[in-house]
Design a protein around this ligand. Structure first.
Ligand code: IMP
Length: 406
């Protein structure tokens, strides 16, 4: 199956890294098309836990090229740190191709982020300001690093402190990476034309999309399946669009979250699910699965299948709840509102399902799941109208039930 998109169906942190890693086995390429080092994709394999921010998760497989499309904003310091951490784990250096058209995240972007960071709870990685400069047509792109004098001019114009130091860092980065900076669009198009397997790895999730998410509590890029064209310049005929959702919901930062649980259940999910930000370490807000939001994500992306992750975390609860509709202003609705204020006023209507006992981490096939867990999965399939092809049963790379729809 050559062209596969893996898209977050919630507010990010759906364990996409694990799913992308699983689906990229044998792939020619794994492509990031949006976001930057605000993403935190975790892959646990025999070499340890890799925390990826810019390196595509599939690129941990030897033979799978990691491509950063022009929709990614690239922080050269973050990329070097990440590669050093992978090297320290004894991993081979991932093969990379960085789009020459990708914009850089520079120190002044991080410095400028203060206000939005507080109001929106951003990751403070300079992502918003970098995309702002891009839209205002004053950004610096990877291709520009070929001309050190114009880099210095640019840094001075943008009010960078210690221009000399930053310019030197960028020159060193360019010397080291210039052979990996190039025409990512053509490379992706050629791989697809040759019917090689290409996995597109979405960062963040549908509900954090700049336009389709819970604006203004969103990130600054296109996080949905539509971001693939936006961030690569390739018109891709996708064979699979895999929506990744946890068996419950989490959110980091500010913004409406109808099914949030601030009491015992929230604490259970946070501790059992290790729900602390991979990028910022912040505790994530936790709550029940929201089928209104999930149906909306399906409507936006046209999922061909779902990957349901972290099913093991719910094991041992008394009951498992799923939100099936909202009440807004006294009316029952399954519309996902555009206004954050309206979503904040939505009261979830729940259905409670019987829970199951764990652990599930050693379950490798569908038949091995407790009957109640199977019922929960079927309930989601019916509620969203999309088959669940992958089920995550634990953090390790093998802890996934692949129902073989690929
Ligand atoms: P920014 O992307 O740093 O501008 O942050 C904007 C919003 O997106 C904040 O609520 C962040 O917490 C959220 N966000 C950004 N990246 C991720 C991610 O990878 N996972 C979850 N939330 C994210």
């Amino acid at each position: 199956m050559p062209a596969i998109a893996v898209i977050g169906a919630q507010w990010g942190d759906e364990a996409k890294g694990k799913i992308v890693h699983h689906l990229s086995r044998g792939a020619r390429m794994c492509v990031r098309f949006n976001g930057g080092a605000n993403a935190g994709h975790t892959v646990e394999d025999r070499l340890g836990t890799a925390r990826l921010h810019l390196v595509p998760s599939g690129a941990l497989h030897p033979g799978c090229l990691g491509v950063l499309g022009h929709g990614v904003v690239l922080d050269p310091w973050a990329l070097q740190e990440e590669l050093a951490a992978l090297w320290a784990q004894g991993r081979p250096e991932p093969a990379l191709l960085l789009s020459e058209r990708a914009h850089l995240v520079l120190p002044h972007h991080r410095a400028r982020e203060g206000e939005a960071a507080g109001r929106l709870g951003t990751t403070r990685r300079g992502i918003g300001p970098a995309y702002e400069d891009r839209a205002a047509r004053r950004g610096l792109r990877l291709a520009d690093l070929a001309d050190p004098l114009s880099v210095r001019d640019h840094l001075a114009r943008m009010g960078t402190e210690s221009v000399g130091e930053v310019a030197e860092d960028l020159a060193r980065f360019y010397a080291q990476f210039s052979d990996r900076i190039g025409d990512a669009r053509s490379a992706i198009a050629a791989a697809l034309a040759a019917r090689e397997t290409v996995v597109f790895e979405g960062a963040q999730g549908t509900l954090l999309d700049l336009d389709l998410g819970t604006y203004p509590y969103v990130t600054s890029s296109a996080t949905t399946v539509h971001g693939i064209g936006w961030g690569t310049g390739v018109r891709v005929a996708l064979d699979r669009v895999v929506g990744v959702t946890k068996a419950y919901t989490t959110r980091v930062g500010e913004g409406p979250f109808p099914t949030e649980e601030t009491g015992e259940v929230g604490a259970w999910l946070r501790e059992r699910g290790r729900e602390y930000g991979a990028t910022t370490g912040r505790p994530r807000r936790c709550g029940w699965l929201d089928l209104v939001a999930l149906r909306y994500a399906h409507a936006v992306n046209g999922f061909t299948e779902l990957a349901l992750t972290k099913l093991d975390v719910l094991a041992g609860l008394d009951e498992v709840k799923v939100c099936v509709a909202y009440r807004i202003g006294g009316h029952r609705t399954d519309r996902f509102p555009a206004r954050a204020e309206e979503l904040a006023a939505a009261e979830p209507e729940y259905v409670a399902l019987p829970a199951w006992e764990g652990p599930l981490r050693d379950v490798r096939d569908w038949g091995g799941l407790p009957r109640e867990a199977q019922r929960f999965v079927r309930w989601i399939e019916e509620g969203v109208g999309v088959p669940v092809s992958l089920v995550g049963t634990g953090p390790g790379e093998g802890a996934v039930i692949d129902r073989g729809r690929g």
